[in-house]
Design a protein around this ligand. Structure first.
Ligand SMILES: Cc1cc2nc3c(=O)[nH]c(=O)nc-3n(C[C@H](O)[C@H](O)[C@H](O)COP(=O)(O)OP(=O)(O)OC[C@H]3O[C@@H](n4cnc5c(N)ncnc54)[C@H](O)[C@@H]3O)c2cc1C
Length: 432
């Protein structure tokens, strides 16, 4: 760590002496994007300071993917980012994603000898633990000679645009509880608002506001949905039940559908299907869920009626989990009888409603359970090549703080790596 009282020479005006330590780049936030950017920039030869206010680096990597970190996704198509990324302009991330692909990150993981495996839909996880990925990122920082200050709070940031020596001393004066530092390139990698208890803050958004950088409205994404009120009571008893479904929100060009598992919770619905759809769901609008997406329900129920005297709930249990079949049959008196006694109309209604359960969430579990934050720094003011702010020279935003949100399945980490890489390659060297 550079001592606060050290004297520093300006690289292009060596006769000038400053008491504030100078770094080519200062990165705030030692999460996925910040750590990766620091290591890459350091290895290019830049003098880099990485600051984080938390006791430990990369807490989100630590808890990600159930502790095994779903670090990327092989199915990511950099040429079609709209397929897996949400934001006002999903095309924004195309350049960075094309220049640093899942294959690039996989090669790095392999270089560090980290064993990994593929789960479904191209998702790659560390075999042992997310700690392997963190250790790799720290080793990359070490290789780049990165200075880390942690825990360290940033108290104030000033941009000295009118300074006579601005071109060489850097324009950002940063007051931290380890003392003042300055730089010409300030990288904000403070992430989103989810899981505040492990260090998430609105730092990046506040800094954007300080520099009049527009923000897209933030809201929790990849988050369980809740259903308040008595109407939910019959389903609350299904808490813990998981089943494959198709889930749909929106209409026409805003229609979005996922075929994934759904999980009932005490307060509502979760599981991959619901987390994915939550990033597209608009407040007050309904969801439609097909609870037996692979079954031909009308045909199966008609056959049941022809050959069985079982209760409808029991017959239904051959198509969906029995707890769900029981709860579902309770919805109508016509469905609480042997299937051979049910009218064709009642069975048609049953098939229709199972295939299209329409329900309107009352809200979400919020940032305490969300995996990501939707919205953030408006991409219209950022360069897609460098992540630098077009209206504020030397200020860069990378990772989740930007209005780019990936699907569940490793897409968010790939955005963190790719945006960090784009920025790290563009950061100016000393005196440039
Ligand atoms: C439970 C959970 C599981 C997840 N699993 C996956 C997964 O498997 N795959 C995937 O792709 N994505 C996953 N994500 C999403 C992924 O973790 C994030 O998208 C990613 O970490 C974002 O990287 P980032 O560097 O932008 O932000 P972060 O990794 O959140 O890092 C931000 C850093 O900034 C620091 N910071 C914040 N405020 C300040 C401040 N005021 N001063 C100094 N430092 C500050 C924080 O301490 C933190 O270290 C998961 C998220 C959660 C919550």
């Amino acid at each position: 760590m550079a001592a606060q009282s050290e004297l520093f020479l300006c690289p292009t005006h060596p006769n000038e002496v400053q008491t504030t330590p100078f770094f080519d780049a200062i990165i705030i936030g030692a999460g996925a994007a910040g750590l990766f950017c620091a290591g890459q920039a350091g290895q290019r030869g830049l003098k880099v300071l990485l600051i984080d206010h938390a006791d430990k680096v990369a807490e989100k990597i630590r808890i990600s993917g159930g502790g095994r970190c779903n670090f990327t996704n092989r199915d990511l198509d950099p040429a079609a980012p709209h397929k897996h990324f949400v934001g006002q302009n999903p095309q924004f991330c195309r350049s960075a994603l094309s220049r640093y692909t899942p294959a690039d990150f996989i090669a790095l993981v392999q270089k560090h000898g980290i064993p990994f495996h593929e789960k479904h839909k191209g998702q790659l996880f560390a075999d042992r633990s997310a700690e392997d990925i963190i250790a790799m990122l720290l080793a990359e920082c070490e290789a780049g000679g990165v200075t880390r200050w942690q825990p360290c709070s940033v108290k104030k940031i000033d941009f000295l645009a009118s300074s006579a020596s601005e071109s060489c001393w850097g324009s950002y004066q940063i007051d931290t509880d380890h003392g003042p530092v300055s730089t010409g390139a300030l990288v904000i990698a403070t992430g989103g608002l989810s899981i505040p208890k492990i260090g998430a803050t609105d730092f990046g958004y506040r800094l954007a506001q300080q520099f009049n950088i527009p923000l897209i409205e933030r809201k929790p994404g990849l988050v369980p949905l809740t259903f308040d009120g008595a109407g939910w009571a019959p389903y609350a008893q299904l808490a813990g039940l998981a089943l494959p479904v198709q889930i749909i929100t929106g209409v026409k060009k805003n229609r979005m559908a996922f075929d994934e598992d759904l999980l009932f919770t005490h307060r509502g619905l979760s599981g991959p299907a619901v987390l994915q759809i939550s990033s597209y769901w608009q407040d007050g609008t309904p969801l439609a869920i097909n609870l037996a997406p692979t079954a031909d329900l009308p045909a199966a129920l008609a056959q049941g009626k022809a050959r069985s005297r079982k209760l409808i709930a029991n017959e239904l249990a051959t198509l969906v989990p029995s707890r769900l079949a029981d709860a579902w049959a309770q919805r109508e008196a016509d469905w609480q009888r042997p299937i051979n006694e049910a009218s064709d109309k009642a069975l048609a209604r049953l098939a229709e409603q199972l295939a299209r359960w329409e329900l309107t969430p009352t809200g979400t579990e919020g940032y305490k359970k969300a995996e990501v934050t939707l919205g953030g720094v408006d991409t219209r003011v950022l360069s897609q090549q460098t992540m630098e702010c077009k209206t504020q020279p030397g200020l860069y935003f990378i990772g989740e703080v930007v209005d780019v949100t990936g699907w569940l399945g490793g897409y968010n980490f790939q955005w963190a790596w790719a945006s960090a890489h784009a920025c790290a390659q563009a950061l100016p060297m000393e005196g440039q």
